[in-house]
Every structure is written in structure tokens, then in C-alpha cells.
Design a protein around this ligand. Structure first.
Ligand SMILES: [Zn+2]
Length: 343
């Protein structure tokens, strides 16, 4: 990887130091918190007369990333609450801020601003939290999988068809990552990986962006297990997934989403048995109920994750879908007595 020859960013050393001393805490779900705001289409567009107002005929309700530009105070406040609940690292609200994912909302031309502002908002919230308690905090620029897959055909009648190419992904991720760095991201977090080829394009784009930037940021790489056989959508076991991304020498590798902590455990244990880097786990708050909602309470999620920590499986923990600041507070308390995993 190109960036191996680069000097490391300032936060890199600080993160390494803290991660040797204790298990670090990542934040919880952004979507769950946004849902609770009950925002209307008008709210998503921003207030009329405000410079942040978006002019479009395309419906924007559900484009959560757009709230970075149209409801910045609400997003900053969510980051702040997670920080005060105990998160050392918060993720930017940029999961879908690529030209590929934003094409669904005809917002491709906002992508650079979404990522730059998304990182700046998270940074402002972290600085506000640090001013209160003196704890250092880090911003992870969140890079999602996009809604296309490079290694699987979406058309069962045409298995050779691909809806996206490696280079299209590389360029889209490159724009996103450069903007996240411009906004002050400390980490690049490639997450919810269901197709490892998409993740490889993101890793390549990150290495190019780091070269341009003149310093390597820490990379966090997080896959998602999508079926009961314990494989990603592109068919890999946790072991195969690790060997596919190990060349990037990530700060962490891990799993998030799709499963609750209980169901994630065996796959996490497999990953921890092969990966010679830090392990990061941020499961959902259990499995969704019939209405697609998550019922697992903070104490239950925290008890499962404390089990990961007790057994020496993890270095960074947090929450994915359905988790709240209360979950993060409970998780932070539950893992505090345990040492980080040695690798
Ligand atoms: Zn999730």
C-alpha cells in the first residue's frame, strides 16, 4: 500500500497509545437518533430563507446525510451526546455520502460538502465535549458500502453483469475520503462491508488520498455477516475477509451491523483468532422485530459486549442499528474493568 511509506497523522500515535491502555469506545447509531426527531420533508430541505436551504424537486426525506447541511445543529448535538455517553470515537453522518448513493436523491453535486461539513460538525461536537471533561476524542469519517456491489450481479438472468466497476467505486470513494480529510477526520472507517471488492476499492482510494494529503490516517475496516452460515454477502468467512484486507494494515478490523452481539460472537472470535491487529465490534441492538425495530436494551447489549471484553476478543466496541447513547454509556461501563485484546 502506497501510504505505508508516508508519515503517520498526528492522531494515529495518540490513538495507538490510548488503545494500548484500554478498550476504546465507538459511538452508536445515528439513524435511530434522527428518527426520533420526527423530521418532515421541509426539515430535510432546510428552512426556507436560510442559506442551507436545498432547492430540488426530488424528495429528500430519508436522506439522513443531507441533514449535515440542512439541520447541522441537530447532527452536532447527536455526536455530542454520544461523546458525553463515553464515546472516544464518533462516526460522521456520511454513510451514504458518495456520488453513487446520493444519485438516488439527485444530490451528487453536494457530496464534497456533505463529507467536509460532516467531519467538521463531528469535530466541533468532539471539541465541545473535550472542553467539558478534558478527554481526547476522535472523528472517524464513515465510508459506507454504497448500494451497488462490484462482485455480484443484481440480475439473476445475467450473472456476468455488474452495476458498478472497481474504478467507479475507487473514484467515488476517493472524492468522499479527500473531503472527509479536508473536514478534519482523524480516521477513515470503511464499514458495513458486504462486498469485499467494494471495500478494496475504498482501501485503494484511501491510500491515494493519504498520498495526496502527505500523511497516512488510521484505517478501520468493518465487515458485516449477512447470513446464518457466517459469511459476507460476497461469500467470505471472517478468516477470508481478514486475508483480503490485511495488506492495508488497518488500525482495526472488525464486524458491525446485521447481527446482535450474541449472534456476532462466534464470527468475531474467528476474526480475532487470525487478525494481527486490533479488533473492533459494533453490533446492532439485537435482531430487529417484525416491525424492523430493535428491542435489546442497553444492559443486555452491554452484558454481551462485556463478554467479548472478558474473553480478550476486542480493542474497540460500540453499537450499530438500534443502539442509543444509553447503550453506549452501558457498554463503556461494562468493558471498563477489562484489558484490551493483545495481538
Ligand atoms: Zn447497523
Amino acid at each position: 500500500m502506497l501510504s505505508l511509506r508516508l508519515p503517520r497523522s498526528k492522531s494515529f500515535d495518540a490513538l495507538e497509545k490510548i488503545s494500548r491502555e484500554r478498550i476504546m469506545i465507538l459511538d452508536g447509531a445515528m439513524g435511530t437518533q434522527i428518527q426520533q426527531l420526527g423530521l418532515s420533508e421541509d426539515d430535510f430541505l432546510g428552512h426556507a430563507g436560510c442559506a442551507c436551504h436545498i432547492h430540488t424537486d426530488h424528495p429528500q426525506k430519508g436522506n439522513n446525510d443531507l441533514l449535515i447541511l440542512t439541520q447541522p445543529q441537530a447532527i452536532e448535538e447527536i455526536h455530542f451526546r454520544y461523546a458525553m455517553a463515553g464515546a472516544d470515537i464518533v462516526e460522521t453522518n456520511t454513510f451514504s455520502s458518495t456520488v453513487i448513493a446520493q444519485a438516488d436523491y439527485a444530490m451528487e453535486d453536494k457530496v464534497f460538502e456533505l463529507n467536509r461539513q460532516g467531519a467538521a460538525l463531528a469535530r466541533a461536537a468532539m471539541d465541545r465535549a473535550t472542553a467539558q471533561d478534558g478527554k481526547p476524542r476522535f472523528v472517524a469519517g464513515a465510508v459506507g458500502p454504497t448500494n451497488r456491489t462490484a462482485s455480484i450481479s443484481p440480475d439473476v438472468n445475467n450473472p456476468g453483469f455488474r452495476a458498478i466497476t472497481f474504478d467507479e467505486l475507487r473514484e467515488a470513494y476517493g472524492l468522499q475520503i479527500r473531503a472527509l480529510i479536508a473536514g478534519g477526520a482523524d480516521i477513515i472507517l470503511i464499514e458495513t462491508i458486504f462486498d469485499t471488492l467494494n471495500a478494496k476499492a475504498a482501501i485503494f482510494a484511501a491510500s491515494e488520498a493519504f498520498s495526496e494529503h502527505g500523511a497516512a490516517l488510521p484505517l478501520m475496516i468493518s465487515g458485516t455477516i449477512t447470513d446464518a452460515s457466517g459469511r459476507t454477502l460476497s461469500g467470505q468467512t471472517p478468516t477470508a475477509f481478514w486475508y483480503s484486507v490485511a495488506h492495508a494494515r488497518p488500525f482495526t478490523v472488525g464486524l458491525n451491523c446485521a447481527l446482535g452481539a450474541h449472534a456476532m460472537r462466534p464470527h468475531l472470535a474467528e476474526l480475532a483468532s487470525v487478525a494481527d491487529t486490533r479488533i473492533c465490534a459494533y453490533p446492532n441492538a439485537g435482531l430487529p422485530n417484525a416491525f424492523g425495530q430493535y428491542d435489546e436494551g442497553p444492559e443486555d447489549t452491554a452484558a454481551e459486549i462485556a463478554g467479548f471484553a472478558r474473553d480478550g476478543l476486542v480493542n474497540v466496541v460500540g453499537g450499530c442499528c438500534g443502539t442509543t447513547p444509553d447503550h453506549i454509556r452501558a457498554i463503556a461501563e461494562a468493558v471498563a474493568p477489562f484489558a484490551p485484546r493483545k495481538f
